[in-house]
Design a protein around this ligand. Structure first.
Ligand code: OOB
Length: 543
């Protein structure tokens, strides 16, 4: 039992048979698929609203029909089972339709975020063997068609670019669907890989995370349940739905799984969000801490929108003061969530007391989630003490896609995933995230791999050594800092602007660019000869 899609070899996903039997016997893994979900939902409540985007309203029956028409059109274009397709759309209905259509034909959506650029997209397109790339024409002032032209040049096996809107030199997504196609059979099995998510990553290049149909269906449905969502709920999607949290934790898929309505928003600003909350009767939303702060400030200054029942905050550390202010300011219940695209999710529960909701990141989603908190020597720390979190369970991957060497480091022999996060566990089973050991800067919920940025900076002709680290920031939690040692000393330092321009030409997503640059004579080293980033952070921060 390996969870592979025909044509996609060596995903490295396999759960050993013993675990397959355990998860199936527990009823956590069923035989359903992502592509089959819209069909079930359409049978259950065909005329209930599924998706709202601007003036467009799509009910469950329309959604299923549009998925069939898109699926038929993709098949007609020669895209089928096992083919990877990079999906690079903002929060538009086409994202949802294409995602389910690809799942239905057994193809493999590769999800990237709107902020990603050539460096990330070409890499994941190459690793996944993608044959097609779906983009908007323009979004937030950026022309994705030009990016698609570059990615095509980088990735010879990319046959098709499909554009939502004005296609320019590429194909129009609008022309793909086959009107009146009728039901397209579900080509996937529940144990197959359903989609590839991008990792926040600690490595030079982002890794791909293979999620199977049955683990992802469970992920979405179980999260909807612990959040208490029902068909009466209306979820506002403000974070980009190519990310696991707004897609399936519970997000788009979890909300639809209970028959609720998803409202797609292009931006999360309080003005846009509050207006949508009132107009569409939104009851649930998920945000990252910096956005939660903006909502609290706006609500405190100008009044809270009516109707919001729960606000989920996750993706980065939500400090206690912010957590405590959310309920009173927004008139709703806070749900804290900690999680990762690799799998494990924790949530505070509706029945938790205020102290747990404000002071913890919740407890694991599944009773079958296994948690180990280990010290630097690899043995468990005493109960309640801080250590590194390792985990294994029915929706946590057993390996990254096509990354055997890295998998040997990121997973232990028993299949536990090394999260790189430092936590302590309370007697109630709730986790408190205390920091991390992995070399990642968490910039307001967006994870920036220090190694990836260092490797990019070292490509600059003047840069001899580079060290990337985080510094605390009141708005974003952390900002991205880089210390550079230059060729020929500090004579003619490149300005931050030059470095940003350089990283843009390298095609690196904007959120990974350094917020602050320091030119240094040398980098401090630890006793074992690694760059001492703690010392570096101290020397550049005036006390
Ligand atoms: C979510 O997923 P990713 O894959 O973008 O990032 C995962 C990493 C975690 O390993 C941790 O370092 C950090 O982001 N993180 C948090 C956190 N939630 C995520 N650090 C502190 N406090 C939190 N609440 O970010 C993600 C996916 C699904 C649900 C929630 C978050």
């Amino acid at each position: 039992m390996t969870g592979t899609v025909p044509g996609v070899a060596a995903t490295g996903t396999g759960w050993p048979d013993e675990f397959v039997a355990r998860y199936v016997a527990a009823g956590v893994w069923g035989d359903r698929t992502l592509g089959g979900l819209p069909r079930e939902w359409a049978r259950r409540a065909p005329r209930d609203p599924a998706l709202v985007s601007g003036a467009e309203r799509i009910d469950y029956s329309d959604l299923d029909r549009r998925v069939d028409e898109m699926a038929a059109g993709l098949l007609r274009r020669g895209i089928g089972a096992g083919d990877a397709v990079v999906l690079h759309l903002p929060n538009v209905p086409e994202f949802v339709v294409v995602l389910f259509a690809l799942a239905r034909i057994g193809a493999l959506p590769v999800l990237v975020l709107p902020a990603h650029r050539r460096a990330e997209v070409s890499h994941v397109a190459a690793v996944s063997g993608a044959v097609a790339y779906v983009v908007p024409d323009r979004h937030e002032g950026f022309d994705y068609r030009s990016l698609a032209t570059e990615v095509r040049a980088d990735v010879p096996h990319l046959r098709e670019v499909l554009v939502v809107g004005d296609p320019g030199e590429h194909g129009a997504l609008d022309e793909v669907p086959v009107p009146g196609a009728g039901p397209v059979p579900d080509a996937a099995r529940s144990e197959d890989v359903a989609l590839l998510l991008m990792s926040g990553g600690t490595t030079g290049r982002p890794k791909l995370i293979p999620r199977t149909h049955r683990d992802y269906v469970y992920n979405a449905e179980a999260t909807a349940e612990v959040c208490g969502l029902t068909s009466a709920d209306v979820t506002l999607s403000v974070l980009p739905i190519g990310h696991n949290l707004p897609l399936a934790c519970p997000g788009v898929i979890g909300t639809m799984a209970v028959g609720g309505t998803v409202v797609l928003a292009r931006a999360g600003s309080p003005e846009t969000a509050f207006e949508l909350i009132e107009r569409e009767g939104v009851t649930f939303a998920a945000v990252v801490p910096p956005l939660a702060r903006l909502w609290v400030e706006a609500a405190t200054a100008g009044g809270a929108p009516r109707g919001l029942r729960s606000l989920m905050v996750g993706g980065a550390r939500c400090d206690r003061a912010l957590a405590a202010s959310i309920g009173p300011a927004l008139g709703c219940r806070l749900i804290q969530s900690f999680g990762m695209a690799e799998g494990l999710l924790t949530h505070t529960r509706p029945e938790d007391g205020d102290e747990l909701v404000v002071g913890t990141q919740g407890r694991p989603l599944s009773p079958l989630d296994e948690i180990r908190v280990l010290g630097p020597d690899g043995t468990p720390v005493p109960a309640g003490e801080v250590g590194e979190l390792w985990t294994r369970g029915p929706y946590t991957i057993r390996g990254y896609h096509r990354a055997p060497e890295y998998n040997a480091l990121a997973f232990d022999a028993e299949g536990f995933y090394r999260t790189g996060d430092l936590v302590r566990v309370l007697p109630s089973g709730h986790l408190v995230v205390e920091g991390r050991v992995k070399e990642v800067v968490n910039r307001g919920g967006e994870n920036v791999s220090e190694t990836e940025l260092e490797e990019q900076l070292l490509e600059h002709p003047d840069v001899v050594r580079a060290a990337v680290f985080g510094l605390p920031d009141p708005d974003l939690g952390e900002i991205v800092c880089a210390a550079l040692v230059l060729a020929g000393g500090v004579g003619k330092p490149p300005r931050a602007k030059d470095v940003a321009a350089f990283l843009r030409t390298r095609g690196l997503a904007r959120f990974k660019h350094p917020d602050r640059l320091f030119i240094v004579d040398d980098l401090p080293l630890t006793a074992v000869g690694k760059v001492d980033k703690k010392a570096l952070a101290r020397t550049v921060t005036p006390t």
